[in-house]
Ligand binder design. Structure first.
Ligand code: HEM
Length: 561
């Protein structure tokens, strides 16, 4: 008996050791990427992840990599078994993003997303993703997005009034405001109402249980997680089920609240739709959930193409996750960039006032629906506002980079010479051979900041560049304005129009009422799932962007009391 046990343990140790040896020392010699040049790896477990993911370093790192190793670079991922391709070649990037069945999101990123928000559109793959995207697409139509505009103005007003209250409570006309936190509350409110007809009311008061559950899950778990903690949760999920830690307990607790509340939303909506069908007065809900349920029930959708309540719930979570912080960060970074460039802030404010009728009420949400639509139509056409927005999205894309994995052996086309690991340069290379299972690192930021494309000043904030783009930049593929901030191809951002309405409306409302100035604390960019602002040396306090906000008084106008 003892002998058998000893043999079993020995066999386990031998098998484990063989696997470890194979993954640590041998597998890399089978990876075709070994022929591609890349930066050295100094120790067995060293990697290049922080160098290519830290937005404080990446512009210089990418520049250095291109100069030294060309535009197709082999980098080291988590360990020696994970040599990946970092491509800074537009043709390769375009190919990878457009061929989304060949280049999927890796199971590791999908497991991480799924563990938080379920298998909705962000993490689903294959037929499941196609089905979900098809059902959701009508909800993001132009018409539905137009219907959103009055709501965004209303939330813009609420935020403005809260800030006015903060100023009125103080002795001066200025206050230090954590723009990032407030914007996050505003975008939560909007996605709650526009997405599910659910009022988080978080601009007014942060006590809603569902709001707190989302906030806690996203802020405390994502915003403060460590690299190794995240890695452990991806590779050893069962371990945390058996021995839960604080992170897994928080997620479980928050998810229970979310499941209960989101489940109620689905049941209630279905009831309203069914009631409308019975009474012949079709339910007119304009929110995304109603649209999803309606398009899911459309007669031209075959039964097997429909999504069930569980997937519906995962997509509610997905919209909360994908549709709130991305937009609030965009507005926050724009305001930050405008504090760094006060003359641009003034120029933009002057432009915004050109479309604000002098007779307009202080609260623009008091305008009629028609007036609001026509005001937004003018706002959306303002050229400098558009330039400021796309320049900020170019310079600080909320999603710094993303990852894809090859689902079979493939040849990725290239448009630049390929540097080989033996030091030679293959000027006539047409493609790079990539093995099934290899990761491709897609750097959104590197694409947007490429000096070869955008010019020497590519790393600086210059909204005027959009009036005279270099030809190379004009030829860049991308879903929006030749940049990659909303990605490209079948997995690109479905909420882009939603986001643009929010960003422009908030800038309009806030900049016509306030002047923004840098706070006392220096802000830095840190990549925690998204590129977030932190006060320097205050990482443990979570993402924040304290700016000085002053009431803007137009000449001849008396400030509100
Ligand atoms: C400025 C704001 C936004 C930015 C910069 C942004 C950016 C992106 C990017 C880069 C992706 C691709 C992710 C990847 O490849 O891993 C994406 C996907 C997605 N976004 Fe956005 N997004 C924004 C706002 C929104 C909003 C407001 C919504 C919803 C209301 C939304 C919903 C989604 C969804 C559902 C996906 C997954 C699409 C799919 O895989 O088919 N996003 N977004």
């Amino acid at each position: 008996m003892k002998m058998a046990l000893f043999q079993a343990i020995l066999a386990f140790v031998v098998i484990f050791a063989s696997f470890a040896l194979y993954y640590l020392f041998i597998i890399k010699y089978f990876n075709p990427l070994r022929h591609i040049a890349g930066p050295p790896v100094r120790t067995l477990f060293a990697n290049h992840l922080s160098a290519v993911l830290d937005p404080k370093r990446t512009p210089a790192v990418h520049k250095h990599l291109v100069e030294k190793y060309g535009r197709s670079v082999r980098i080291r991922g988590v360990g020696p078994w994970d040599d990946r391709l970092l491509t800074l070649d537009t043709v390769s990037l375009n190919y990878v993003l457009k061929n989304s069945t060949l280049y999927e999101k890796p199971w590791q990123s999908r497991r991480l997303i799924t563990s938080l928000i379920g298998c909705g559109m962000l993490s689903a793959e294959g037929q499941m993703h196609k089905r979900q995207r098809r059902i959701a697409t009508p909800a993001f139509s132009n018409q539905n997005m137009r219907a959103l505009i009055p709501l965004v103005f209303q939330k813009g007003d609420q935020l403005k009034n809260r800030w006015m209250d903060i100023m009125n409570a103080g002795t001066t006309e200025a206050a230090t405001v954590d723009v990032c936190q407030w914007m996050s509350r505003a975008t939560f409110d909007i996605i709650g109402l526009a997405g599910f007809d659910y009022n988080f009311n978080s601009i007014q008061d942060e006590s809603n249980e569902l709001f707190l559950a989302y906030k806690e899950m996203f802020d405390k778990v994502i915003g403060k997680s460590t690299f190794w903690g995240t890695l452990a949760s991806v590779y050893l999920p069962t371990l945390f089920k058996i021995i839960p830690n604080q992170r897994s307990r928080t997620i479980e607790r928050c998810q229970a609240v979310i499941r209960r509340e989101a489940g109620n939303m689905i049941t209630e909506k279905k009831r309203k739709i069914a009631e409308g069908n019975e009474t012949g007065k079709a339910y007119q809900g304009k929110d995304i959930l109603t649209q999803l349920l309606t398009s899911n029930a459309a007669i031209d959708i075959p039964i097997e193409q429909r999504i069930d309540d569980e997937e519906m719930l995962h997509n509610i979570n997905t919209f909360m996750f994908a549709g709130s912080d991305t937009t609030s960060l965009t507005v926050s970074w724009i305001l930050y960039l405008l504090t760094e460039n006060p003359e641009m802030q003034e120029h933009l404010r002057a432009e915004l006032f050109t479309v604000l009728p002098p007779t307009a009420p202080t609260n623009l949400s008091e305008l009629t629906e028609e007036e609001t639509q026509s005001l937004y139509a003018e706002v959306s056409e303002l050229p400098y506002l558009h330039n400021v927005m796309r320049e900020a999205l170019r310079l600080i894309p909320p999603l710094h980079s993303t990852l894809r994995v090859a689902t079979k052996d493939d040849e990725i086309p290239v448009s630049y010479p390929v540097h080989r690991s033996d030091g030679s340069v293959d000027e006539s290379a047409q493609s790079i051979h990539i093995a099934k299972g290899t990761f491709v690192h897609v750097s959104v930021e590197a694409f947007n900041l490429d000096q070869d494309v955008w010019g020497e000043d590519a790393w600086s904030f210059n909204p005027d560049r959009w009036d005279n783009l270099p030809e190379k930049a004009r030829e860049q593929p991308g879903l929006f304005s030749n940049i990659l901030s909303f990605s490209a191809g079948p997995r690109s951002c479905i909420g882009i129009r939603f986001a643009l309405i929010e960003v422009k409306t908030f800038l309009f409302v806030l900049l016509t009422n306030f002047v923004f100035q840098s706070g006392l604390d220096p802000i830095e960019k840190i990549n925690v799932v998204l590129t977030r602002p932190f006060v320097k040396k205050q990482f443990s306090k979570g993402s924040q962007m304290p700016l000085i906000v002053k009431r803007f008084v137009r000449m001849g106008q008396v400030p509100e009391i």
